[in-house]
Design a protein. Structure first.
Length: 382
């Protein structure tokens, strides 16, 4: 089969770009990626080796004006699908609009989340709390977006989503019936992400540096950990990730929280090997995101044999076995700090959780993910 894959922005090293690249490279079908913004220097090098077509450019800014401009451009975009057997949309919100003019073949959605700021109450509430003057513009934007998005979802023949949390958002919003939705969680490369069983004394946070990742919780938790437990004075916190467009102010805010601390290290825009090394030698992964859609970094950390301390909401409650492969806690600095101290005091527990994590994530190998996607595409030919 010849399959078109659309995603508006291919310019980061995030879980979304990773999932698409793994799918295209491992699938037995013939794929071409279509995107409205491509920056090869910032994303995974593998994108240079696959077929990719750039469409009419859309901005990456997240301001209301830029988002509306991007939405209109995507809605009007026409892709020549005459030689294709299916269209797959990698969806986080605006990408859905590509279906309005492109549904002459079966259209499949892979939903990472319906637009998060609209459909996730935790993200929405935090945004409105921190941007009180934007409440009216947000409500106007949200209403208009939901109207058009619901129309766009009518063209999806089938929907894969990455977690039960995301499935709940889809159902609550009335975007698709339960019978058309299947949870298919993305995975990891078990040949690359495998344990070395070395635990250096630093906690690590890995992932995109943006406000809804709640990274200040990791910093405040580490400061509380150090204050309450001076016996662990040699531990570091490393924050490793890409700062995307529009997140410079947030990054500066995080740096201000860590001002004067030589035990908090930022590793901005890491290369692939630096990212893997951050996992490989860490003591434990901290995952402070509240109500995360799925979360690739917890399963990647478990692949490396690392326990995970995460917020007890959303995707991590599906991927982490509490007390076995990690610790799920409330999104409070004292709760995170207590979990960190518990692990710091017990290297044996860290190793046991690491071993359990390696065993647990075997089911998330990319081969399982790609095989299921390919099988569904095969069914379209019958």
């Amino acid at each position: 089969m010849k399959v078109a894959l659309y995603y508006p922005w291919v310019y980061l090293r995030s879980g979304v770009e990773r999932m698409m690249l793994e799918l295209v490279q491992r699938s037995r079908h013939d794929w071409i990626i279509f995107t409205s913004h491509y920056f090869p220097e910032q994303t995974f090098p593998g994108y240079r080796e696959v077929a990719l077509v750039e469409l009419a450019e859309v901005p990456v800014s997240r301001g209301y004006s830029a988002v509306c401009q991007a939405g209109v451009t995507i809605l009007k975009q026409k892709i020549d699908l005459d030689d294709f057997d299916a269209l797959v949309v990698s969806s986080e919100g605006l990408g859905d609009f590509i279906t309005f003019r492109n549904h002459s073949v079966p259209v499949i959605c892979y939903c990472h989340t319906p637009l998060k700021i609209v459909h996730d109450s935790h993200t929405r509430d935090r945004y409105l709390q921190e941007n009180r003057r934007m409440k009216v513009p947000f409500l106007v934007f949200s209403g208009i977006f939901k109207f058009f998005d619901k129309l766009a979802w009518r063209y999806y023949d089938y929907v894969f989503c990455n977690s039960n949390e995301v499935k709940r958002r889809i159902l609550k919003s009335g975007l698709a019936p339960a019978g058309k939705i299947e949870v298919l969680s993305p995975g990891l490369d078990l040949q690359v992400m495998k344990p070395g069983w070395e635990y250096q004394r630093y906690f690590v946070v890995v992932g995109r540096i943006k406000w809804w990742k709640n990274l200040e919780l990791a910093i405040n938790s580490f400061l509380e950990f150090k204050r309450a437990h001076p016996e662990f004075n040699d531990f570091q916190l490393q924050i490793v990730g890409m700062v995307e467009a529009g997140s410079e102010f947030y990054f500066e805010k995080l740096q201000e929280l860590a001002r004067g601390r030589d035990d908090i290290v930022f590793k901005r825009d890491p290369g692939e090997q630096e990212l893997l090394a951050a996992y490989r030698y860490s003591y434990c992964l901290l995952f402070p995101s509240i109500n995360e859609d799925w979360g690739m970094t917890p399963i990647e950390a478990m692949g490396f044999g690392k326990p995970v301390v995460a917020v007890n909401l959303g995707g991590p409650t599906e991927s982490i076995i509490n007390g076995v492969t990690g610790l799920l806690v409330e999104p409070e600095a004292k709760e995170f700090a207590a979990a960190m101290a518990r692990l710091a005091a017990d290297p044996g527990m860290v190793r046991r959780m690491g071993e359990a994590g390696v065993s647990h994530v075997q089911k998330y190998d990319w081969s399982h993910f790609v095989d299921r996607f390919d099988s569904y595409l095969d069914s379209l030919q019958k």
